[in-house]
Design a protein around this ligand. Structure first.
Ligand SMILES: C[S@@+](CC[C@H](N)C(=O)[O-])C[C@H]1O[C@@H](n2cnc3c(N)ncnc32)[C@H](O)[C@@H]1O
Length: 282
């Protein structure tokens, strides 16, 4: 059962789910380097039991399912029904038999202590309502010495995939000041923030690695504009406040700002993420 305060925070994700489903292939392609880094960091291999926390439309669960093979398994979790339905349908289409699905929040995992070898979360931890409890929960359900690893975004300035649109729109709208600890894309961008939460939870060997990569896909600026303005709850909210008269000016300013990332029919944005991991103490 998801408590009311969480339900409110999760509502936008339910609206987002249809777009995460629509752009599943693109999301898989754009963020594949994050999945590879998580797999490498947590040393995920054949036969392991892996927990995915906040699996969205299916990654990294779907990729990890192939890596662990029939001798292993993946437990996909997400509190949002629409996300789970999207991921489960894709697993069915791919005939993956070793993925299981559970609708639950990161801070209340319905699993016994020491159930999994590894727990991972790709681009989800910054949205947890209560990350400290979530990290404790992740450590509780993995085996001693097991690894918990999260991929989160680095600073907005190093991620023009986001800032090339929001920086322009924010010049046209009044943006209220934000609580820096509220769920947000860049909540854990400051080095040490999420690592500190792992340390507080008594994780050992806490590591934080900066990952620089390119967000790449064969899409045009028009497609990028559509994907971003549909997929992101924050942008959907901001776009709803833009007047029809402002829209062409904003779109042109974004196109100018993003032009250098669209060459020869391909989008390629430099990106920065943090891979934050720790191990369960004895
Ligand atoms: C940016 S999406 C990332 C989805 C997927 N892991 C990926 O990388 O494509 C964030 C996900 O976190 C989930 N989420 C939000 N709050 C959560 C919570 N309290 N516990 C677990 N997942 C949560 C959302 O439902 C959403 O699916």
């Amino acid at each position: 059962m998801i408590p009311d305060n969480q339900d409110k925070a999760l509502h936008p994700w339910q609206t987002s789910a249809r777009y995460w489903d629509k752009y599943r292939a693109l999301i898989t392609e754009m963020f594949a380097p994050l999945t590879s880094s998580l797999v490498q960091e947590a040393q995920i291999r054949i036969g392991q039991k892996v927990l995915d926390i906040g699996g969205g439309s299916g990654e990294p669960s779907l990729t990890i399912s192939r890596i662990v093979g029939p001798a292993g398994s993946v437990m996909y979790t997400d509190p949002v029904a629409g996300m789970l339905e999207s991921a489960e349908a894709e697993a069915g289409r791919r005939g993956l038999m070793n993925i299981h699905f559970k609708q639950c929040s990161a801070d209340d995992l319905p699993f016994a202590d020491r159930t999994f070898d590894v727990a991972v979360g790709r681009l989800s931890a910054m949205f947890f309502v209560d990350p400290a409890t979530a990290v404790r929960e992740a450590l509780r359900v993995i085996l001693k010495d097991g690894c918990v690893a999260f991929a989160v975004w680095g600073p907005k300035e190093a991620n023009p995939f986001f800032s090339s649109i929001t920086d322009v729109i924010d010049q046209f709208l009044e943006v209220p000041p934000q609580d820096s600890d509220a769920p947000d894309t860049f909540r854990f961008a400051v080095p040490g923030t999420l690592a500190g939460i792992l340390e507080e939870a008594d994780a050992k060997n806490v590591l934080e690695r900066q990952l620089n990569f390119q967000i790449e896909a064969a899409i045009s600026f028009e497609q990028f504009w559509q994907v971003r303005t549909e997929m992101s709850e924050t942008l959907r909210g901001k776009m709803a406040r833009v007047t029809p008269a402002q829209l062409p000016t904003i779109k042109q300013a974004v196109a100018d700002a993003a032009r250098k990332y669209f060459l020869s029919g391909t989008m390629s944005f430099p990106a920065e993420a943090l891979i934050v991991s720790g191990r369960k103490p004895a």
